[in-house]
Each structure stands twice: as C-alpha cells, then as structure tokens.
Design a protein around this ligand. Structure first.
Ligand code: 13P
Ligand code: SF4
Length: 337
C-alpha cells in the first residue's frame, strides 16, 4: 500500500484497491492529520465503511460543526464540503475530488436567486443545502430533506416563501404544510428525477407487501401518493423520507421487503441496519456519478497530499453562515452515526 499509485481519469481517480491494507492506511493517515472522515449515505460501500461517521446531509453538517478535529475530510459532493467550511472557517476542509459537483446545486445561480427575490420583495428564502455557497449567502434559512417541512413551518404563515432549487422537495413541502404562498424553483437532481412514476408503479404492483421508501427529491414521490390514494399500495406503506430517516424507518418497520427510491448507495447502509429485510432499488441505474468520484484512490490521494482543499471566500461564508446555522438548529436530531 505504501507504494500505491493512482491515475486521474474523467470519472475519478483509479488504481487503488479497497482492501484491508488500504483501510488501515486511510485510518492511519487520518489520525496523522487529525482528520475526521465523514461519508454521505450515497458513497461507495468501502468509503462508507472506512469513514468515522456516515449520515445524511443534515447529520453530517451537525457532526462537522461539532467536531474537535482540525481537518474534515468530506466524502460527499462539493456543496457538502463547502457547508462544513462555512460552519468551521478555521478548519481545513478536504474533499477527495473537487470535481464531485451536483446537478441540483447547478440548477440555480446566485444571480438567478437575486432576480427572483427582486420579484418577491419581503419573501423569506429557503434554500436546500444542495446549493453553492454563493446561493446560501442570498438565503434566509437553508434546509435539508430531513427538516425542510419544519423549516417552512417555522416561518410566519403570512410571509411569502421562495423555495429553491428542488421542485420535487418543494412540492412535498407544499403538500405537507398546505401553504399557498410557497413559490417553488423548477430545479431537479438528474438522478432522483430519473426515478419515475411508471417504474415505481410496476415495481409496487409486483411486490404488494413491500414498504416504499421514497426520497422527496424523486420524480415519483407524487405517483407514490397517488398509488396509495387509489389503493394499489396501503397508504401506511408509503414513506417519504430523507436518507437518514430511511435508516430509522428500516429499523422500525415490520415489513420483510422494501422498495427504495433514491440513489443506490443508500442500499448499503439499509442492508447493514436491517439485514433481515429485502431492500431493492426502484431504479438500479440511479447512481450519482459525482458521489462515485470519491473512490478509494481519491481518498488515499487526499490524505497523502492534503488535497483537494475547499475554500469559501470569507465575505461569502460570512453572509451564508446564518442560513446554515438556522438549518442545523431546526429539526430532530439523528440521521447519522
Ligand atoms: P439527504 O442525505 O439529506 O437525504 O440528501 C440527499 C441528497 O441528494 C444529497 O445529495
Ligand atoms: Fe446532487 Fe443528485 Fe448527486 Fe445528490 S444525487 S449529489 S442531488 S446530483
């Protein structure tokens, strides 16, 4: 392992095998750097297994904010590492491959948000954490999929709300809060939008006894509720959940099989949490190429070279911090371990 080399390809760094020697070296280098390794639930199984903590976006932001480590290695996508840097500007934040972006975060720019705000003076801006630091700097409260409903409920009912950038999460929040003065940006995540209603209906009809765990970013969330409404699926079997809440639901459900509508990396944690349940992806092609850029080679290179370091300009971080701090203060604890 000491002589391991890697190659930089368009899909990420390759050339290192995730074996026991690799895992030992990763943990040793992390200790040497006083680094905590955080991995999102969509990471490759070997990255999740070597990390000190795995979880959803909210849980990992909270862990980053409370960690004593001087370095945070964020195995996730770029906006997550940026969020950690906004919360801990004095810390060194590393991401194993800075090219790990997010199509949803790319669906709104700070300039577009400023124009939208100008059309709705006085509105409260709620942005999903899947946004750039510049967009967060234009935001009043950030949210994640696990606390979006609570965040919107915390806003006085007579205030207009601009919700961006995910249209499917926005529709979920609108449904849950019944709020008419919530305006939704028409962005989407290409992975979750691709998990569609007809595919879900087909899978659900073939497994009528299965629970449905649906991430609110999915294009099929409305179809799932429709299936429940028309009686194809028992309503109590349809659960719209963040990735962290899926793990809690997996431990609590009495179901023997579960259809999972989210990025396929989630299956690893679910199977670990409840090995007796048969978890199946609604769409097994739902893999995020950005999340998968964090390869074993990329993580090793990151720890050896101290790269890629994440920087957020001080003025942007200072303007973004309040919205992110509000996000981590709202909603129930949990979602990571
Ligand atoms: P959560 O982990 O907050 O459910 O987010 C999912 C996601 O798409 C992150 O990119
Ligand atoms: Fe972004 Fe979608 Fe990938 Fe999540 S799964 S990081 S929202 S592109």
């Amino acid at each position: 392992m000491a002589t391991a080399t890697w190659q930089r390809t368009d899909a990420g760094y390759t050339g290192v095998e995730a074996d026991a020697a690799w895992a030992e070296e990763v943990r040793r280098l992390a200790e040497e750097r006083d680094a905590v390794l955080l991995a999102h639930n969509y990471q490759l199984p070997e990255i999740q297994d070597v990390a000190h903590h795995t979880g959803d976006s909210l849980a990992l932001s909270r862990i980053a904010a409370n960690s004593d480590a001087s370095t945070i290695v964020f195995c996730g996508v770029h906006f997550m590492a940026e969020t950690a840097k906004i919360l801990g500007p004095e810390k060194t934040v590393l991401i194993p491959d800075e090219r790990a972006g997010c199509s949803l975060a790319d669906s709104i720019t700070a300039e577009q948000l400023r124009e939208w705000k100008a059309e709705h003076p006085g509105a409260v801006v709620v942005s999903y954490v899947n946004t750039t630091a510049e967009v967060k700097a234009e935001t009043d409260i950030c949210c994640t999929s696990s606390n979006a409903v609570d965040v919107v409920r915390s806003i006085p009912e007579d205030r207009e709300v601009l919700f961006c950038p995910d249209q499917f999460l926005g529709a979920h929040v609108k449904r849950e809060t019944g709020r008419e003065n919530l305006h939704i940006w028409a962005g989407e995540c290409h992975v979750h939008a691709g998990i569609n209603g007809p595919e879900l209906a087909e899978r659900a009809a073939a497994s009528p006894e299965a629970d449905l765990f649906i991430h609110p970013e999915c294009g099929c969330a409305t179809s799932a509720l429709y299936l429940a409404g028309e009686g194809t699926v028992e309503p109590e079997r349809v659960k719209i959940l963040s990735t962290g809440d899926m793990l809690t639901a997996a431990r609590d459900t009495g179901a023997r099989s579960v259809l999972v509508a989210t990025e396929v990396g989630m299956l690893h944690q679910l199977r670990k949490a409840a090995p007796e349940i048969d978890f199946r992806a609604v769409n097994d092609r739902a893999s995020c190429r950005y999340m998968k850029m964090i390869t074993p080679a990329a993580l090793l290179r990151c720890l050896r070279e101290g790269a890629d370091e994440v920087h957020v300009p001080t003025d942007v971080a200072d303007r973004a911090r309040a919205s992110v701090e509000r996000m981590i203060a709202i909603g129930k604890p949990g979602g990571g371990e």
